[in-house]
Design a protein around this ligand. Structure first.
Ligand code: SAM
Ligand code: SF4
Length: 476
């Protein structure tokens, strides 16, 4: 049984008191101190950074995106692949110059990368100008850690408890203005896929109480957010640890019942837990996206077993077929790992077949990256880098061909789209359909945050373009 406790009201009150002390001190300064929070990795990290910003705002910090003027820099790091870690280390290296020019600047690292003991050792040994390092379970203690950081005669602070996790509610969150709101519904992961570092750095699954999620969703919708994105490493196992009888499908149904015009999205779904009830619920709730991100990782059963994924390729195919039988227009996207240790060319061929047969709308392809401490990292891996890269390129070429065709099939169709932001050039905007397809259009910024009727006029591998169905966009 995982050992998960709830952070007590007294502990939270203590953090609030420290926040109030900071706020008073900072208000007395001629100008507010500036913080920069830089996020790497997944949406969960984006959501954590919003909590960090919420705490900092409450303590009287303002924000900047310029390193040279920041009084406090926090890098919220990722450990899923080696590449992400190298990027963080490269950027921390560059900060030595910024800090030399501004010696009272404080540099902090948090998130998945620093939850790993070997990474903390590396930082201690090679990056002496990093002042504060805190792991994934310490987020709610940020005020206390900052108090120690800003105390006289402080040394470097390293805090990362190796625990299963804690339940905590009620932390301040500062979300970006806009259309989309991240809403974590659970934390951690119990699956221990043999290649993955996440369960080691994020602890065991902890679902938030349905009432807390519903309350927050309601607040977000009444504040005008139009896209509510439910987050969890495996949303389909939501609620299992609560024992209250509410599962993910129930939660989806309840949130989609909230009054208001919005789209409900979610990620990530694990195929072993994606039930018929989930697809039935999606089909029945019109505010729920017609899209599922369902990572299959490999198309071969021996590899899937070695990955500890808990399903076969055939079972995966049946789930996708069931979803499509209920919702013929559903977009299905997926993740796949190329070059898992011991994967043969023939086994990789099964991945190609699955991709060819299921025709995903979009595929996120990753080269296997060994992660310290995971079972897969100690498996024999005779296949060379060049061979793995060649497989990766074949898969990419196959998917690009499929995406070109599936995208082109939308031209001429009319969709209700949500305009969600500015595009890459003046006058250009971006939008998403209920299928989470990226759409480019031209129009005034005043329509950002509105739903529109759009006719698809063009397509590329990754995006569609659209015009107003009725000749002009409706007023924003
Ligand atoms: N929990 C989600 C799931 O199960 O699909 C996503 C977790 S992970 C952050 C996102 C993706 O990264 C995974 O779906 C997998 O394809 C990829 N990934 C995880 N560990 C990896 C590794 N060691 N090497 C390469 N890709 C990896
Ligand atoms: Fe990693 Fe597997 Fe958990 Fe996803 S389900 S976070 S891939 S261990």
């Amino acid at each position: 049984m995982p050992n998960i406790r709830t952070v007590t009201p007294e502990e939270l009150e203590r953090q609030r008191e420290i926040m109030a002390e900071f706020a008073e001190q900072n208000a007395a300064r001629p100008s507010a101190p500036l913080a920069l929070v830089d996020t790497y990795g997944c949406q969960q990290n984006e959501a954590d950074s919003e909590t960090i910003r919420g705490q900092l705002r409450e303590m009287g910090w303002d924000f900047t995106d310029r390193e040279e003027e920041a009084d406090l820099i926090i890098l919220n790091t990722c450990a899923v692949r080696g590449h992400a870690e190298l990027r963080v280390l490269g950027n921390v290296g560059a900060l030595s110059h910024t800090k030399r020019a501004k010696p009272d600047q404080r540099i902090a690292l948090c998130g998945c990368m620093v939850q790993q003991p070997h990474m903390r050792e590396k930082l201690k040994a090679s990056y002496p100008y990093v002042d504060l390092v805190f792991g994934t379970h310490e987020l709610w203690r940020l005020p206390e850690l900052l108090m120690r950081l800003y105390a006289p005669h402080k040394g470097r602070i390293y805090e990362a408890r190796d625990i299963d996790g804690e339940r905590v509610e009620g932390l301040p969150v500062l979300r970006g203005t806009g259309v989309r709101a991240w809403l974590p519904i659970m934390y951690g992961c119990n699956n221990f896929c043999s290649y993955c570092i996440v369960p080691y750095v994020r602890g065991r699954e902890r679902s938030r109480e349905p009432q807390a999620v519903l309350r927050e969703a309601g607040e977000l919708i009444s504040k005008g957010y139009k896209e509510i994105y439910l987050l969890g490493q495996n949303v389909n196992s939501y609620g299992k640890d609560l024992g209250s009888g509410t599962d993910f499908s129930d939660l989806l149904r309840e949130i989609s019942g909230i009054e208001g015009d919005f789209v409900l999205r979610f990620m990530t779904s694990h195929p072993k837990d994606a039930s018929e009830k989930l697809f039935d619920t999606m089909a029945a709730c019109e505010k729920v996206e017609r899209h599922i991100h369902l990572p299959f990782q490999a198309g071969n059963d021996r590899v899937l077993k070695a990955m500890n994924r808990g399903y076969t390729a055939e079972a995966y195919r049946r789930k996708v077929e069931y979803a499509r039988s209920l919702m013929p227009d559903i977009a299905v996207t997926s993740d796949v790992i190329v070059g898992f240790p011991g994967e043969t060319d023939e086994e990789f061929g099964d991945t190609l077949s699955l991709v060819r047969d299921l025709r995903f709308d979009m595929l996120f392809t990753f080269l296997y990256s060994p992660r310290v401490g995971t079972p897969a990292a100690s498996l024999p891996d005779p296949c060379g880098k060049g061979e793995k890269q060649a497989r990766f390129d074949r898969l990419l070429a196959l998917q690009e061909g499929i995406s070109l065709e599936t995208q082109a099939a939308h031209v001429g169709k009319v969709y209700r789209i949500l305009v969600d932001g500015k595009g890459d050039k003046p006058g250009r905007l971006t939008a998403r359909s209920i299928h989470n397809r990226l759409i480019h259009l031209e129009g005034p910024e005043s329509i950002i945050g509105t739903f529109q009727e759009a006719r698809i006029t063009g397509s590329t591998t990754w995006s569609l373009s659209a015009e107003p169905q009725k000749g002009a966009w409706e007023n924003g």
